[in-house]
Ligand binder design. Structure first.
Ligand code: EPZ
Length: 421
């Protein structure tokens, strides 16, 4: 099993190009199922999750070639199983977003219920209610959801809770429904807008993506698409925190600054200099970081996927910070590991009080989930001495060879392949 070993204390300087967005790419891979024509995706990040989604598409009958530029040929899906198995869904819950496309294009789908997840229960009730509103019949049997619809019909649905995946699943289904659909209380994330942009390029008729109401006029067929995926705002935010923590000076090339206002705002509150350059975002870390109060919210609020990372910044700030996690019920699993490195963090329910500046010191720590593992890398960059992060398969789900990307910026970071679990 791999681990990452970091000698802390190095200042990060230079420039790094931001990769394509993981959470946009995964959904666009699903959208390729809505047509029988080939799709080409460019700027695809080389991530474990992207490879898992490609594996699911192959299981469904697609031919999938390439990594950075990915060609998907879905012609074999009609004769395929129209099923996402337990083993695939438990590896990556985003697999459930093949439901909408399969149901809309082929009239049926069988998908394993995702079950629990490290950061929370993460049910899919809203996905199912939304698909029912479009005329799907749904049976829950033996841990699987079985969906059927001769042809989906347009409908109206108000989501009980803002859900990114639920919005994307139902929006994709509605593109091939007969008639008009109106979805309210939808997610406004950039990844939802990006998916709507791709669906529109495929021939869908969608209005309102990026707002809280999306209207879709169903069409009979969609065609293939050639699309370059937008840069990853969470990777960019994570690297910005790395520069801020190490008194660094880093240019984040192609950073999607228009999707990062809440994160940039908090970094600036902490005293980090963020400058909009023609080709990206320049981040310069101060000698002294100021404390900040953060509450995670649906977009355009502060993203939950940046909560663990900003907590490391708070731990090193000069004063008391408060971080509130409002999206997931169990997304503080990085706290005990950061505390072992010397961070002063007290959790009470959904709130964490962080007192700094802590002098973090290196030790062996355990990754528990994707963004928690990113926070441990950030802590290792600034800790005194050597930090080893175990179970970095969590990290590899969302960050492309992080050690090879940070080393040119000055980090002393290696991957160890024979580490204990
Ligand atoms: C997406 O997950 C992202 N994943 C997550 O990123 C991200 O943290 C999350 O959105 C929130 O921004 C992908 O895009 C692949 P949700 P998703 O449905 O769609 C509840 C990462 O680190 N809910 O918006 O699964 C749910 O329990 C990952 O890259 C229901 O109650 O998230 C949660 O509390 C982690 N019923 C809240 O909504 C439902 O039917 C938000 O979840 C669906 C969701």
């Amino acid at each position: 099993m791999d681990s990452i070993v970091i000698e802390g204390g190095q200042r990060l300087t230079g420039s790094i190009r931001i990769n394509g967005a993981k959470n946009a790419g995964l959904l666009i891979q699903c959208a390729a199922l809505l047509t029988d024509q080939p799709t080409t995706l460019r700027h695809v990040p080389k991530l474990a999750d992207t490879r898992t989604m490609a594996k699911l598409l192959r299981h469904l009958g697609c031919e999938v070639e390439g990594e950075r530029t990915m060609q998907i040929d879905p012609r074999g899906v009609a004769a395929g199983p129209l099923e996402a198995t337990y083993d695939l869904v438990k590896t990556m819950r985003a697999s459930v977003t093949v439901m909408g496309p399969l149901l809309a294009r082929y009239g049926r789908a069988r998908v394993s219920l995702p079950g629990g997840c490290a950061i929370g229960a993460r049910p899919i009730d809203q996905h199912l209610k939304g698909l029912e509103a479009l005329g799907a019949t749904i049976d829950l049997r033996h841990g699987y959801v079985e969906l059927r619809a001769d042809r989906l019909r347009g409908g109206s649905f108000v989501f009980d809770t803002v859900t990114v995946g639920g919005t994307q699943n139902v929006m994709m289904a509605a593109t091939l429904a007969k008639g008009a659909s109106r979805l309210e209380n939808v997610a406004r994330e950039p990844e939802v807008e990006e998916l709507a942009c791709v669906l529109t390029k495929m021939g869908a008729r969608i209005r309102g993506a990026g707002t809280s109401v999306i209207e879709i006029e169903g069409v009979d067929t969609l065609h293939g698409v050639d699309h370059a995926i937008i840069p990853d705002r969470i990777e960019a935010g994570t690297l910005a925190v790395a520069a801020a923590l190490t008194q660094g000076d880093v240019l984040l090339e192609d950073a999607p600054v228009d999707h990062m206002h809440s994160v940039i705002g908090k970094l600036q509150e902490a005293g980090v200099q963020c400058t909009y350059e023609p080709d990206g975002l320049r981040v310069v870390g101060p000698d002294v970081l100021r404390p900040i109060d953060v509450s995670t919210r649906p977009y355009p609020g502060f993203p939950t996927d940046m909560q663990a990372q900003i907590m490391v910044l708070a731990a090193c700030a000069n004063g008391q910070s408060l971080i509130t996690e409002t999206i997931f019920e169990n997304r503080f699993m990085h706290v005990p590991e950061l505390a072992r490195m010397g961070a002063d963090i007290h959790v009470n329910g959904h709130c964490a009080v962080i007192r700094g500046p802590a002098r973090l010191s290196g030790t062996t720590v355990m990754a528990t989930d994707l963004r928690a593992s990113a926070s441990l890398v950030l802590a290792g960059l600034v800790a005194q001495g050597r930090t080893e992060i175990r179970r970095v398969y969590h990290l590899d789900r969302g960050y492309e060879t992080i050690e090879e990307r940070l080393r040119p910026l000055g980090a002393k970071i290696e991957r160890r392949h024979d580490a204990p679990a």
